[in-house]
Design a protein around this ligand. Structure first.
Ligand code: PLP
Length: 392
């Protein structure tokens, strides 16, 4: 079976982790701050808070921006549930902005009209969480303009976009957002096994992120609210969590970052192969890449044009039966039973739903061979030809 994604672990990665095992610290040693520095230097952000997952990073990002019970957070329905659950963890309400089906990203026109409507009804979001789907950055300049106009904060969910660029600068620089989130799960671009990071340029947010990461506790003399009792003294100032990354994970991350540019170049090369061999197909349409964007290609997605949901299902099933473990990203979040119980109805974001019934994620990872790619393209084209898809 050819998987849709797979980590690449080198001997250098293994040695880096083993070195930590032999050292004095397994957690909260020197590797975590070193990893934070590495990621900040790479992405041109001022501050980084490493966490045990991107989900944790999204949660503390919402807390740092003071998302609470009377607030609303907006995100994209075309994402993993974590992009939206983070708001619910804080007791806030969540709502969804429909997507541009050509890119899978939040649609700026849909966002603009939803904001106009929310403004007149006095229900503006406190935070917007755009998701850089498949690795392609959203139009952050447009989003930043709207955030200024309507006064909401922005958390970029860049779980797919480690190593991506927007306007020639690395995603993660927070030029157009308050906080940017990376994921280091093994199917993503680089891995720490489990892990994530929250990046920001605002020192006050950075302090809060670090407080919420570790129980709400600080021992920093400059931050203490009371007189110190002595050198052992620390204070719990908020209700935080244990979301810390360990030195083992951080050492793997530092080593993986050395290979990030290579991984992204390889992913782009593999994506170009798919593009070239599928671009003129009447029924298969690769995602559109916008201007000013360099994608890290976490996912390679095609849409099957004019296919019914049934044909789409048959196609994915057939490909899997032929050892191509393709996937579908994503089931619109609000169609999940948990969200349906909250009152969201099918038909809420028509583009995201139509997109869901046409999208197929093809295998893409650094070790994918040309031979495997040839087999995938051939099998896909043959399978599509065998299904009777009406021409538009
Ligand atoms: C993977 C992913 C997450 C969660 O990442 P974890 O590190 O597994 O918690 C959040 N958002 C998106 C868009 C993702 O793809």
């Amino acid at each position: 079976m050819i998987p849709y994604g797979k980590q690449a672990i080198s001997q250098h990665d293994i040695d880096a982790v083993v070195d930590v095992l032999k050292s004095d610290w397994l957690t909260q040693g020197p590797k975590v701050p070193e990893f934070e520095k590495t990621v900040c230097a790479y992405s041109h952000a001022q501050y980084g808070t490493a966490t045990n997952s991107a989900t944790s990073a999204l949660h503390i990002a919402c807390l740092a921006l003071e998302v609470g019970h009377n607030d609303i957070v907006w995100t994209s329905p075309n994402s993993f549930v974590a992009s939206s659950n983070c708001a619910l963890y804080c007791g806030a309400k969540v709502d969804f902005v429909d997507i541009d089906p050509d890119t899978g990203n939040m649609c700026i026109d849909a966002l603009t009209s939803k904001l106009e409507h929310a403004y007149s009804n006095n229900i503006l979001p406190k935070v917007l969480i755009p998701v850089h789907f498949a690795g392609q950055s959203c139009d952050m300049q447009a989003i930043a303009q709207l955030s200024e106009q309507y006064g909401f904060s922005v958390i970029e969910d860049a779980s797919h976009a480690v190593g991506s660029k927007y306007q020639d600068l690395p995603v993660g620089n927070c030029q157009f957002s308050d906080i940017c989130i990376f994921s280091f799960h093994p199917v993503k671009i680089v891995t720490t096994a489990e892990g994530g990071m929250a990046l920001t340029n605002q020192p006050e947010l950075d302090k809060k992120l670090k407080l919420f990461r570790s129980h709400g506790i600080t021992a920093d003399k400059l931050q203490l609210q009371n007189e110190t009792d002595g050198p052992w003294y620390y204070e719990q100032q908020a209700l935080g969590f244990n979301y810390r990354m360990t030195d083992l994970h951080a050492a793997l991350g530092i080593s993986q970052f050395l290979q990030l540019d290579q991984f992204v170049a390889k992913r782009n090369q593999l994506a170009s192969y798919y593009d070239e061999h599928l671009i003129s197909h009447p029924h298969i349409k690769p995602l559109k890449q916008s201007e000013n964007v360099y994608s890290a290609y976490h996912l390679y997605v095609v849409r099957v044009i004019s296919a019914t949901p049934d044909i789409h299902r048959q196609l994915v099933t057939q490909l899997r039966s032929k050892n191509i473990f393709c996937h579908v990203h994503y089931i619109p979040i609000y169609l999940q039973p948990y969200y349906q119980e909250k009152g969201f109805k099918a038909g809420y974001c028509v583009n995201a739903e139509a997109y869901y019934h046409s999208a197929i994620t093809l295998p893409l990872f650094p070790a994918l061979t040309q031979q495997e790619q040839e087999y995938i393209v051939e099998t896909l084209t043959e399978s599509v030809a065998a299904l009777e898809i009406p021409t538009q």
